[in-house]
Design a protein. Structure first.
Length: 366
């Protein structure tokens, strides 16, 4: 069992509060991702689980046991770092086996575990090589193998793929996901890469300035962001934010912002009832539009194309709307030109509306 509980945990570095009153329960065998920008407290949180950082306030439990003062080597964890941390003078075999040798495992069991991990990670042919003879992706697999052979209760991973190129990152994500499914062990993974978080996680914890902004499944975080920070942090290109106001007319509510005006769907209008005149920010993801040459029936957004960015199966349009640059992702069936005026049909059932002052979602809970 490896259930991890943070009970009102706070961490200071001098006068700087790195983590603020963190309350979190990581379930046994869960793949939890800590996501956020540099300096948000995610690595500090990971290091507190590992015992590499002392808590300033609060408690951390492994199952029902408080581990605040338990040294790292007693916590039954294995950690994979961004820097690989391999011994340059040792072979791949000896790097993977090192932790087991230090724990005085029998040579037969060490050999069995090392070769099983190497086969799983497809690096059996590399066991006699030194780290300087390996590619970045191969070194990362060695680092994963060294953690695997320990068969720990908890895997901790601190941005392990950030040094790899895009193609390798994709393949290594698949390998890490496969590891989690086969080993049935608790994984806690730190990253600033939204694609890694959305691909790997059972649940995501989004952090900013040491504070948890939202906890949820990848779908919940992406489809129902709790505030503007969460909405902006996930999505590529990022979500478009347009400032405006709500105008009520009987049971009907309209969003208005200069040339942008459209009716809010009835399901949303109920939630926004009584907010006539409220200053809001509309969140519209780039993919939540349909491409049209001319004005179409229904709710639309119009603007002038600044430039077009082909991205294989799709194209990104940079447009000027209300003197603000926005981005939309459309199919490549229609060829657009710079300076062209276009009309895009909005999927009004996928809108996000935030209060301008609090930055919180006004549609939270729908």
């Amino acid at each position: 069992m490896a259930r991890i509980i943070f009970d009102n945990v706070t961490k200071y570095y001098g006068n700087v509060k790195a983590v603020d009153k963190l309350n979190l329960e990581i379930q046994d065998k869960e793949f939890l991702v800590l996501l956020g920008p540099s300096g948000c407290g995610k690595t500090t949180t990971l290091n507190m689980i590992a015992g590499l950082e002392e808590l300033t306030e609060g408690d951390i439990y492994f199952d029902d046991q408080v581990v605040n003062f338990m040294p790292p080597h007693q916590r039954d964890i294995a950690m994979v770092f961004q820097s690989y941390a391999l011994y340059p003078h040792k072979s791949v075999y000896d790097n993977i086996a090192f932790g087991l040798k230090m724990r005085k495992y029998k040579s037969e069991e060490i050999d069995q575990r090392v070769r099983a991990a190497a086969e799983s990670l497809e690096i059996t042919h590399l066991l006699d090589r030194r780290p300087n003879q390996l590619s970045g992706g191969q070194r990362q697999r060695v680092a994963l193998g060294r953690a695997m052979v320990r068969q720990p209760a908890v895997f901790l991973m601190d941005e392990p793929l950030s040094n790899l190129d895009a193609t390798l990152r994709i393949s290594m994500r698949a390998k890490i996901k496969e590891m989690h499914q086969s080993m049935e062990t608790t994984f806690v993974y730190v990253t600033h890469d939204q694609a890694e978080a959305l691909t790997l996680a059972d649940r995501i914890v989004v952090m900013e300035q040491g504070i948890v902004q939202q906890i949820g499944t990848p779908d919940e975080i992406y489809e129902r962001p709790r505030n503007m920070f969460v909405a902006s942090f996930l999505g590529n290109p990022p979500i478009n934010m347009i400032q405006g106001a709500l105008v009520g007319n009987g049971d009907q509510i309209t969003f208005t912002a200069g040339a942008v005006n459209f009716t809010i769907p009835p399901d949303y209008s109920t939630k926004l009832s009584g907010m006539d005149g409220r200053k809001v920010v509309l969140g519209l993801r780039p993919e939540d539009v349909d491409d049209h040459r001319a004005l179409v029936e229904g709710e639309t957004i119009q603007g002038q194309v600044n430039f077009v960015m082909p991205v294989g199966s799709d194209q990104y349009l940079s447009m000027r709307v209300n003197d603000k640059e926005v981005f939309f992702r459309v199919g490549k069936e229609i060829s657009h030109k710079n300076g062209e005026n276009v009309s895009l049909a909005i999927n009004v059932n996928r809108l996000h509306i935030f209060d301008q002052t609090s930055k919180e979602s006004l549609l939270w809970g729908l």
